[in-house]
Design a protein around this ligand. Structure first.
Ligand SMILES: C[S@@+](CC[C@H](N)C(=O)[O-])C[C@H]1O[C@@H](n2cnc3c(N)ncnc32)[C@H](O)[C@@H]1O
Ligand code: SF4
Length: 421
């Protein structure tokens, strides 16, 4: 029965999310406009990696130093543009690709953000290619460093091509240890439900990581959007979704010792408050950089994926928004319900206050269904099964975003330039 409910919810989530992510192409009048006195979250995207991992469909190009250096310069120009247009930020999230690929450029960009805005917390993604120089440059600039580990099993690191890039599991663990000694908060990402991964393999990954005691651990289910499915199967074996729930239960059990669960996939040590999923904690954010997403004034924006177009628009004093979709209040309410249940922060009163009395009817019906299907109790606390259901919703949301990325890449060559007709 549970398996049937899971399958149905998965299909329903994919259908609804795909429907809601059919973005329009740009109209020049539709650009994000800042609300006076509001502090937003700023998301910055760095789309370069030295070698690509077969499972990853994030927006990225092959690293070329000159191109990446120029990109950082344009990004800083776009950050200044946001200031001129009246945006103020209190938090920054830098994601990729690999933001740490040119450490001095990253440091200069962070310094600019801190100079222009009153930044309270700054989170940055990194891969495990960490040098002592990088630690020195970033340890006082970054409040939370989020490092992609994915697995601490040498076989899986080899399959994902991460062993040749970042070293063996032991070498990566030595690097992470140094990070934990130097940064205020270190988050480590692990992926579970790789083809042929057993419960014991997942437990082994977590136990090795727990020995290092990072302040936060994120456990992502393998997301196999159509653009990466073939590559995953070629490198790692056939994908099966039948064991995902069983693995998830094992993870929650293991991490309940020593960690507190903050969202359906993030766990942190007691007493650590941190920027985690910026899409959960912030209802509005501005995305800068090629391929960045933003959500402002009921509208989802996505910036151009083409590096030449990105430069041209920013040089002409405009944001690089290429596509958008404006949502109705009801659609936003459903989205907020999803992310707040996922982030364990749902409050009926808060949402009714924000979206009006009619929101109450929608929310009452949904929360009633959550109780019937044993997804949440009467106080909207998720059951173990409920946590898994919202993990599926968020996974499908990320897969939906991958589909948007895929359509946004059309007409752009692999070097990041608009194809000549
Ligand atoms: C975009 S990556 C940036 C981190 C950095 N470049 C690295 O590889 O270590 C951020 C995280 O997304 C997660 N991720 C990427 N592709 C994924 C997939 N197909 N399924 C699940 N998680 C994925 C990984 O855990 C990764 O650490
Ligand atoms: S997982 Fe990280 S290093 Fe690998 S391709 Fe994606 S962004 Fe690049």
């Amino acid at each position: 029965m549970k398996h049937l409910i899971i399958k149905t919810i998965e299909k329903y989530a994919r259908y609804k999310i795909e429907q809601n992510l059919n973005l329009e192409y740009r109209e020049h009048t539709l650009y994000p406009v800042a609300e006076k006195d509001k502090k937003y979250l700023l998301y910055l995207h760095i789309p370069f990696c030295k070698v690509f991992c077969p499972y990853c469909s994030f927006h990225k190009y092959s690293f070329e130093e000159e191109k990446a250096r120029e990109y950082f310069g344009i990004l800083r120009k776009e950050i200044r543009l946001a200031k001129e247009k009246g945006f103020e930020f209190s938090s920054v999230y830098i994601g990729g690709g690999t933001p740490t690929i040119l450490p001095e450029e990253l440091a200069e960009t962070i310094d600019l953000c801190r100079e222009l805005f009153d930044i309270k917390e700054l989170s940055c993604e990194a891969d495990p290619d960490i040098s002592d120089e990088l630690i020195e440059l970033l340890k006082d600039r970054v409040d939370r460093l989020s490092v992609g580990i994915q697995s601490l099993d040498d076989k899986r690191l080899a399959q994902t091509k991460r062993c040749e890039k970042f070293g063996t599991a032991q070498e990566q663990m030595d690097n992470i240890k140094k990070l934990i000694e130097n940064f205020k908060i270190v988050n480590c990402d692990l992926i579970f439900n790789f083809p042929d991964q057993t419960k014991e393999d997942v437990l082994e990954d977590i136990r090795k990581l727990k020995e290092l005691s990072p302040q936060q651990i994120s456990m992502y289910p393998l997301m196999y959007s159509p653009s990466v499915k073939k590559d995953i199967e070629k490198n790692m074996g056939e994908i099966a979704n039948t064991k995902e729930y069983e693995l998830y239960k094992v993870i929650m059990d293991e991490l309940s010792q020593g960690y507190v669960q903050n969202t359906c996939w993030a766990f942190s040590k007691e007493g650590i408050t941190l920027i985690d999923e910026y899409v959960v904690d912030h209802d509005e954010y501005l995305g800068l950089g090629s391929g960045a997403f933003g959500f402002i004034n009921e509208t989802l924006y996505i910036n151009t994926f083409a590096l030449d177009e990105y430069k041209k628009t920013v040089d002409s004093g405009q944001f690089s928004t290429a596509r958008y979709k404006k949502y109705t209040k009801k659609e936003i309410l459903n989205y907020r319900l999803m992310v707040e249940m996922f982030g364990f922060s749902f409050s009926m009163d808060k949402l009714v206050k924000k979206y009006g009395k009619s929101a109450k009817r929608t929310l009452m019906l949904k929360t009633f269904l959550f109780r019937i299907f044993k997804i949440a109790d009467k106080d909207q606390n998720l059951t173990v099964f409920g946590k898994y259901i919202f993990l599926i919703f968020m996974k499908e949301f990320y897969i939906g975003m991958d589909l948007v990325r895929e359509t946004s890449r059309k007409g752009i060559d692999r070097f990041g330039f608009v194809k000549k007709m």
